[in-house]
Ligand binder design. Structure first.
Ligand code: GLY
Length: 428
């Protein structure tokens, strides 16, 4: 459990500390200070996915991997934070550290280490695509393409999905995908753009339609996971892995939906993905507690004795800014951008350490996997990453996202600069 108390962020407290002009800049300074300190502490090694009592231990050793090794799905969020800090500050030491991690990710993919996952998108977008696009690292570009090729081997043509987890012959995982997979599609979209090979984009198109059709429910909530018959392609059933129940709405999954569908709309122009992102967003915003930071499952609301998941808030804030940037409806775009700004303000006010040295995490009070009692009320690498991405989106006008293909247009949310949140800039 976290040892750092949630500071007072009572709704209605006026003005909230994080609403003050300059609060975003102060939050960036604090976050970058922590990234610098962690980089000095971890060197070429990797922190674990979540903190223990607000401190990141090294990633534990396993029978196959040494302590601090590059394994599992979360390691790229660490160099991803370094790249965002480089963009925010131009720090040469962090650039060198991120490039060294990109070399390690190249080694990992060429050695075939721990690649049985759809999360190759998370892993290689924030390590190697970033190293290529921000530093011209050709070896990183080749490694990202190798990762995209490996991700393509997980496509099950009859079902039209990329299998999420495990070995492709594992009967427990065969034919299963999860809503998080939407965030792994940008690596394939990028691969089409880099190579001119349409096969990657074709797989993205088929996979996204299946997720949209079967994981997005009629009430605009999402299943975490869904199974297809891998031979016949018949859709079978939804279920959960990390949510409160098969029919509940896992907060992080809904946040991945906002963000992932908006990204797909940006690259494909598909109006159904825009609509899907809006539906996910409306449901998410309608199920927030008063302080604007979600419980770990949206089945809980104010008064519930359940932990929050600040990482879902950070992901949703990025997703809402993405959605605002692609929305053709100015009123909707303004509402989503205001909701994102409010959410970031709420995270700063109530879910960050009082001082950077108080914790290794940028963002406190996340949940990794409540049903397995894993990383409950701790910091986590992806929460820290998306919090820093949200700060970057809000403070760097013209910022170009790693989730966009290389030639994507510059963002249209360049007006979202560090000014006070409107008093009524609510979460709609
Ligand atoms: N993508 C796995 C998670 O969000 O926990």
């Amino acid at each position: 459990m976290s040892s750092t108390d949630v500071r007072d962020s009572a709704p209605g407290a006026d003005p909230r500390p994080a609403d003050r002009p300059g609060a975003l800049a102060a939050a960036v300074d604090a976050a970058v200070a922590t990234v610098r300190r962690n980089a000095a502490a971890f060197g070429s090694l990797y922190p674990d996915s979540t903190t223990r009592d607000d401190r990141y231990p090294l990633r534990p050793a396993t029978d196959r991997f040494a302590e601090g090794a590059n394994r599992d799905w979360t390691t790229s969020f660490w160099p991803g934070m370094q790249w965002r800090a480089v963009e925010l500050t131009g720090d040469a030491d962090l650039r060198a550290a991120a490039l060294a991690h990109a070399a390690d990710f190249a080694r990992r993919v060429h050695a075939g280490e721990d690649l049985d996952t759809h999360d190759l998108g998370f892993l290689y977008t924030l390590s190697c695509v970033d190293a290529w696009r921000l530093a011209g690292d050709e070896a990183a570009r080749d490694a990202a393409l190798a990762a995209a090729d490996h991700l393509m081997t997980r496509f099950l043509p009859s079902a039209g999905i990329i299998q999420a987890w495990g070995d492709l012959s594992d009967p427990a995982q065969r034919g299963r995908t999860i809503v998080d997979s939407l965030m792994n599609m940008p690596l394939l979209t990028w691969a089409t753009e880099i190579t001119g090979d349409q096969r990657y984009a074709d797989v993205v198109a088929r996979h996204v339609v299946q997720v949209r059709t079967h994981l997005l429910r009629d009430d605009d909530s999402t299943f975490h996971t869904f199974y297809w018959d891998p031979e016949t392609g018949e859709p079978l059933r939804g279920g959960t892995e990390q949510g409160a129940g098969d029919d509940s709405c896992w907060a992080r999954g809904q946040a991945w939906g906002i963000f992932g569908f908006a990204l797909h709309h940006r690259t494909s122009g598909d109006p159904e993905s825009l609509r899907a992102s809006e539906r996910c967003a409306e449901y998410f915003l309608a199920h927030l507690p008063a302080d604007g930071v979600p419980f770990w499952d949206l089945v809980y609301s104010d008064g519930a004795d359940a932990p929050r998941d600040s990482s879902s808030g950070a992901i949703a804030a990025c997703g809402l800014l993405e959605l605002a940037s692609v929305s053709p409806d100015a009123d909707r775009a303004a509402r989503y951008a205001a909701a994102a700004r409010r959410m970031v303000a709420d995270l700063i006010a109530g879910y960050t350490p009082a001082a950077p040295e108080d914790a290794d995490a940028l963002l406190l009070h996340s949940v990794y996997d409540a049903p397995k009692n894993k990383g409950v009320d701790e910091g986590c690498l992806w929460g820290d990453y998306y919090y820093l991405e949200a700060l970057t989106r809000l403070t760097l006008p013209g910022w170009v996202s790693p989730w966009w293909p290389a030639a994507a247009a510059v963002p249209t949310h360049a007006t979202l600069t560090d000014t006070a949140t409107e008093p009524d800039g609510g979460t709609a």
